[in-house]
Design a protein around this ligand. Sequence first.
Ligand code: SAM
Ligand code: SF4
Length: 452
Amino acid sequence: MDESIQHDASRPRVFIETYGCQMNVADSELIGGVLRGAGYAAAAHPEDADVILLNTCAIREHAEERVLRRLADLARFKHARPELRLGLLGCMAQHNRAALAEKAPWLDLVAGPDSYRRLPELLGRVRFDPEQQAAKQQVARIDVRLDRAETYADIAPSHEGAVRAYVTAMRGCDRFCAFCVVPYVRGRERSVPPEAILADVRGLAARGVREIVLLGQTVNAYRFGNTDFGGLLHLVAKVDGVERIRFTSPHPSDMSDSVIEAMATEPKVQPSLHLPVQSGSDRVLAAMERGYTVDEYVRLVERMRAAIPGIALSTDIIVGFHGEEDADFRATLELMAALRYDSAFSFKYSLRENTRAYKLGDTVSDEEKGRRLVEVIALQERVSAERNRALAGERFAVLVEGPARRGGGMLAGKTPQFKTAVFAAADSIRPGDTVTVRVDSATAHTLHCTLI
Ligand code: SAM
Ligand code: SF4
């Protein structure tokens, strides 16, 4: 939350913990905006809070288990301070609402991604309802109505990022990939009006944010009236003060000429693209209901690389989906080796209730998924290191973010390709500055550079 709502002892204090993707980071900022409007202040630590909210992810079982463990910790907090209010928000709230009441009866509030506007009211109820107090909060307030029109366009998020900020362009998803819970927990696809996005971006630019990341589960399917995603990129690029624009995640089937044209012609739109492929086997892609073949995907990559020279590509891979045979998995490795991504996120398939693939069950054991994951990661680490080392001697413009994680008087920032560059600090350089560096050496994840 922004400084204007911090450290105000007269107001109830809220602490928000965020799990999952950038979409959830942006949603937590939105929740911060809703609560700020209702008179809440931000707590710096959970120990100082009157209200603790967990904004959760349901994409894999592992993500949910982590939150359940955290809830068990928070039960102890609540035992020590019964007046503390605990809420579980987001995708897991939507996905597990019934089970949560059983697994975590100490929760006061369960609210899904389309219920954030009603949080002050819901918190007011848990806080002040004498009947509920008398019942010792045994029944959580549950609000998980999905709303196909809710875009929160009128709410100003409490953005946290100083150099980079996430701005939601569209919510929900209509694609229903067979493995994925997102359409069920985030509801139908809807785009935020361009004026609301631009107002947010102008505010961010005015307070020094230099990089805007437009978000949506299929962000390139954005459409509001006559504005498609290519049009939106052009509009955001016109905002003074914004130096860099990125977006995530585009769906390969929605990568229209208009988006490619905007990426190729708008200098502010950065040459990096996260283009999830999921599998290199046509059989598995069809079972996943992804909507493209390997050949179509490869042709898209070739088009993107031709249109945007030097573009960096990253992807998502799922191993061990229902019916994935060894030959299918080998095809994924071959595709990765052929396309030579700059980086990749890879996951063991996690069976999710409600999804189309749920009833098919698992055909690959957890041990075998683990072995496949290790192979995918090893291949990608090798390719990432090779690609990064090949950049030795090249110069890049780096948007400085702050001290490098390992400290040692080093600064870190991103190249246009979204690679992390680390270099020795100089007194005059501040976060938000763009500097030129030369690459000296590199690992799979970092470019070690010298300031020019
Ligand atoms: N909308 C994005 C797309 O389709 O490209 C992806 C959004 S999802 C939050 C991020 C990634 O999680 C997916 O690309 C997929 O690789 C992974 N994922 C989704 N459901 C999964 C599941 N049931 N098991 C394992 N990984 C999953
Ligand atoms: Fe999930 Fe597919 Fe939608 Fe991505 S496009 S959020 S993987 S259903």
